[in-house]
Design a protein around this ligand. Structure first.
Ligand SMILES: [Zn+2]
Length: 361
């Protein structure tokens, strides 16, 4: 164990020191809470639906908070879910959606189950650990993705992830990503297609091409908000500009689903791996942890989700929607509320922190 820790610190100092996402000199497993996170976690513990003070939508001249709220009379799409599309905007804070504004996404939210205040990512809010938790249903220490850099000796994300399940069920599985390190998220054997594209329009172009071929599970990743955030700052005009490009890309993807007759049988989950502040997402403020979580599709009850969501719930919800088995060791829980179902399980108090290593439910 001691040797491992020495190796860990060595790797951080040698391999990641140039990485702007680094947690200082401490490895993420030594996560300690900052006061702002304590406040956030306290509100989660009591399961209140009061938005945390740091994740309130900022009204903008062109998109107000009330525009985001669905009509009370909105009814769910009828039909059966035959496929799941997970879209992750790297580094997109929930309050950036209205501030950018992302008009297509704001429109979609009106008919979605969503939360812009109650969803958080893992204890090390960075690209690889967060996405691995999102797709594996497991916390960092269980899936083994604890660094934000892909060292091949670490192998792929461990455990049974949603790509394992979908592929084993005979579904066509597709990943279109904007950072090649995301290869670590799933084994090549379980991803029929793995394409890396740079720039929001190139990603959406490839996603649209894949949609026309049909799929059972697709993961689409846009990197622009994270890249611009590191260069120009989170919530900067430059970041808003690329988010609007990502929103246009979403429009193209939705159009492709419509044109291929797939929209009414597809569950779409739109989320992010982490937020950010200033020019980083180091994990010392709550804005780094909050992520949006938006689900649209057949059987989804439009409206705001009140439960606490963890990013691992995305894999669990995808499995639930596709009628694939929940895994006993998963930390993720399906977002039953989005389907109008009672919460059969909630995250226990002992794990209502940004997770790094959880044990039992
Ligand atoms: Zn990221």
């Amino acid at each position: 164990m001691k040797n491992f820790r020495i190796l860990f610190v060595y790797l951080l100092l040698t391999g990641c020191i140039s990485n702007p996402n680094l947690w200082g000199s401490e490895p993420p497993l030594n996560f300690t809470a900052t006061p702002s996170i304590v406040e956030t976690a306290t509100s989660f513990l009591t399961q209140t639906i009061t938005p945390s003070p740091t994740a309130i939508l900022s009204p903008s001249p062109t998109a107000k908070v009330e525009d985001v709220l669905p009509e009370p009379t909105a009814t769910p799409l009828s039909g059966e879910i035959k496929r799941v599309l997970i879209i992750s905007y790297d580094g997109m804070r929930p309050d950036a959606i209205a501030a950018a504004p992302m008009d297509n996404l704001l429109e979609l939210i009106k008919t979605s189950a969503y939360t812009l205040t109650n969803a958080i990512t893992v204890a090390y809010p960075s690209t690889l650990p967060s996405h691995a938790a999102m797709l594996s249903g497991l916390c960092m220490a269980k899936n083994g993705i604890i660094l934000d850099r892909y060292y091949k000796y670490m192998g792929y994300s461990k455990g049974v992830d949603i790509f394992d399940l979908a592929h084993a069920a005979g579904m066509r599985t597709v990943m279109v990503v904007s950072k090649d390190k995301l290869r670590q998220l799933a084994e090549p054997e379980t991803t029929d297609v793995f394409e890396v594209r740079y720039g929001e329009s190139a990603v959406s172009k490839e996603a649209v091409a894949q949609i026309s071929q049909g799929f059972g599970l697709m993961f689409v990743h846009f990197a622009g908000a994270d890249l611009r955030g590191h260069k120009y700052g989170w919530m900067s005009d430059a970041q808003f500009t690329v988010l609007r490009e990502g929103d246009e890309a979403l429009g193209n993807i939705l159009t492709a689903l419509d044109e291929n007759g797939l929209r009414n049988s597809t569950l779409i989950i739109i989320t992010a791996d982490h937020g950010g502040h200033d020019r980083n997402h180091t994990g010392f403020v709550s804005e780094d942890f909050h992520i949006p979580w938006i689900a649209s599709g057949p059987g989804i009850i439009p409206g705001e989700i009140t439960a606490l969501l963890q990013t691992m719930d995305t894999a669990a919800t995808a499995a639930y929607a596709l009628d694939l088995p929940q895994q006993a060791d998963w930390d993720g829980i399906p977002v039953y509320e989005a389907f109008g179902k009672p919460r059969l399980k909630i995250h226990p108090e002992s794990v209502q922190w940004p997770c790094h290593q959880w044990n039992d439910h």
